[in-house]
Design a protein. Structure first.
Length: 571
């Protein structure tokens, strides 16, 4: 039977999968011969209508070769009735119209096509909790492979990680919360030099089992395994996805297990954000040493180095310059590496101040991986810097669809709303992020600044001080100094400047932080002096010039000159 565009229908206790040619009852798969199912499919496609025997003959034997088709058709219909527990005398499903054909009489509910999917964290069956990084890493890689399917929305790792350990329970509820049509769940077992992965696909709406399979490979053949698994899942959930799955990279190369382990550990620490950035850099470098011909460690290293610059662990220009080398090498080894293109986009924006190049790279990244959450968020951030706020918020909305239940996408949306001067909405969005994770420091940052935008100084200080307690990052000192300056609390503002100066003696602190405090104090000369120093240091945080904190200086001639000199005038 030829595959159809994916859909399924429910009738009574039965569910018919018109793509796979299967009937299920209470998640039990019933054995159905192809011609028998073809009769059912013909009836289900026109419920309540007469389907003639001639129409069925043409469908079952299109070449017209089968001579005794009357007997063959009767046999197929009788077998279908046996499977469904139906009868000629009292039909529940298939009614005979004498001498003419058949009619499907039971109510039919069509289920929607699968256009979105979530991969729950694969369960670690090794019995050793220290192996969790491996099972989590394999989950990440499967998500990444599936995300290259253009017609399939794949939920981000940041949202599915909260369901670690939820295998086999409440899958319809999880699907509803994540807003997906299907869920992948499975297990990982690593023993000696072999890895075994089992996976199954469950429809979210009715908890119906769609597909399952077990794979076992040598530890150095995991790239092939993950690509084969992703391709199979994509094809199994719908023929309409087959063209898209041709773009899923099938890696035939071998990768040394030690290099793969180092890569997974690099990603494990990178997911810990501020706490794990430096460790992730170490592990990505180790993976490159072990196998310098594999693109993924270079892409991971580029991303980690960018974060090191953003978090002010290292001088911005130095960190971004190193990231460029790594990202270019990743693209050289794998031109379709979406993460590497996303890193190059951020480098074009943050170091080169070439926003046209940045936009090109962002679009390339999203063409290669439409469900790449970080690419979607960083593209929105680029648009936001250029004050293309509505476009940024549209990209942000798409990111929230990929990441519905983690604080990351909601926190970023709060930032974009704050930059758009929509303070009440920014406060609400940051509150959503904090409901998901009360210790999410960036949400406290944007919440505090949004309160300041509304003139709610006490609330602004409370949010920012709480954030500073979680993270001693310079941005919190600067933001507190800014709010104190706005409130006329000059001593507290100068205390923040003094603390930043002291901190600068022992680590990198962006001059943009000093400019922020001076903005609160209303000192235009000091603002532009500090921003000029940030520009001279090739520090991308000079782009904070267009943030609400600096609105009072837009009429100053130095504002337009600095904006033009840092690429921000390019729209």
């Amino acid at each position: 039977m030829a595959r159809r565009a994916y859909f399924a229908v429910r009738f009574g206790d039965f569910l018919a999968d018109l793509n796979s040619g299967e009937i299920h009852k209470h998640r039990i798969r019933l054995k159905v011969q192809p011609q028998v199912f073809e009769v059912l499919a013909a009836l289900l496609e026109r419920p309540g209508e007469l389907v003639t025997r001639d129409e069925l003959r043409a469908r079952l034997w299109p070449d017209g070769v089968f001579l005794d088709y009357e007997r063959g058709l009767n046999k197929a219909v009788n077998r279908l009735r046996d499977i469904l527990g139906d009868s000629v005398e009292q039909p529940r499903f298939v009614e005979t119209v004498p001498q003419r054909g058949y009619r499907f009489t039971a109510p039919v509910v069509a289920l929607p096509a699968i256009r979105s999917i979530a991969v729950l964290p694969l369960e670690n069956l090794s019995g050793a909790p220290e192996e969790d990084y491996f099972s989590d890493g394999m989950t990440d890689e499967l998500i990444g492979e599936l995300a290259q399917t253009s017609s399939l929305r794949v939920i981000s790792r940041t949202s599915v990680i909260r369901y670690k350990g939820a295998h086999g329970t409440q899958l319809p509820e999880i699907a509803q919360v994540l807003g997906v049509d299907a869920i992948v769940e499975g297990t990982v077992t690593r023993l000696d030099n072999r890895v075994r992965i089992t996976a199954q696909v469950i429809r979210g709406a009715d908890d119906c089992h769609l597909w399952s399979k077990a794979y076992e490979r040598a530890a150095d053949d995991l790239l092939t395994l993950r690509a084969e698994l992703a391709r199979t899942i994509a094809i199994e959930i719908g023929a309409s996805l087959r063209e898209a799955t041709d773009r899923v990279a099938v890696h035939t190369r071998r990768l040394a297990p030690e290099a793969h382990e180092a890569l997974l550990k690099g990603r494990f620490f990178l997911h810990q954000n501020i706490r794990g950035t430096e460790r992730s850099i170490e592990w990505f470098r180790r993976a490159i040493e072990l196998d310098p011909t594999y693109s993924e460690p270079y892409a991971g290293l580029a991303q980690a180095l960018i974060f090191a610059g953003i978090y002010e662990f290292r001088p911005f220009a130095e960190s971004y310059s190193e990231a460029r080398v790594a990202a270019r090498k990743a693209v050289e080894l794998e031109p379709a590496n979406a993460s590497a293109h996303n890193a190059l986009a951020d480098i074009s924006k943050g170091l080169d101040w070439d926003f046209k190049a940045a936009e090109r790279q962002h679009r390339l990244a999203l063409a290669y991986n439409p469900s790449h959450l970080l690419a979607r968020l960083w593209f929105a951030e680029t648009l936001s810097r250029l004050e293309r706020h509505e476009e940024a918020l549209r990209e942000s909305a798409l990111a929230c669809e990929l990441d519905p239940v983690s604080p990351l996408s909601h926190n970023s949306r709060s930032m974009f709303l704050w930059r758009a001067r929509r303070y009440d909405e920014a406060i609400a969005e940051s509150s959503t992020a904090l409901d998901l994770d009360p210790s999410h420091v960036n949400a406290l940052w944007w919440q505090g600044l949004a309160y300041a935008g509304n003139g709610e100084v006490a609330r602004a200080v409370a949010s920012l001080e709480r954030g500073h307690n979680f993270s001693k990052a310079p941005v919190f000192l600067a933001s507190l100094g800014y709010v104190h300056g706005l409130a006329g609390e000059t001593k507290s503002a100068f205390d923040a400047l003094e603390a930043l100066t002291e901190l600068q003696r022992s680590r990198y602190v962006s001059w943009a932080n000093f400019a922020t405090v001076y903005a609160g104090l209303g000192d235009a000369d000091k603002v532009f002096e500090a921003l000029h120093k940030a520009k001279e240091a090739r520090d991308g945080r000079v782009h904070q010039l267009v943030w609400p904190c600096f609105d009072r200086f837009r009429g100053d001639s130095r504002f337009a000159k600095l904006k033009a000199g840092t690429g921000l005038a390019c729209r």
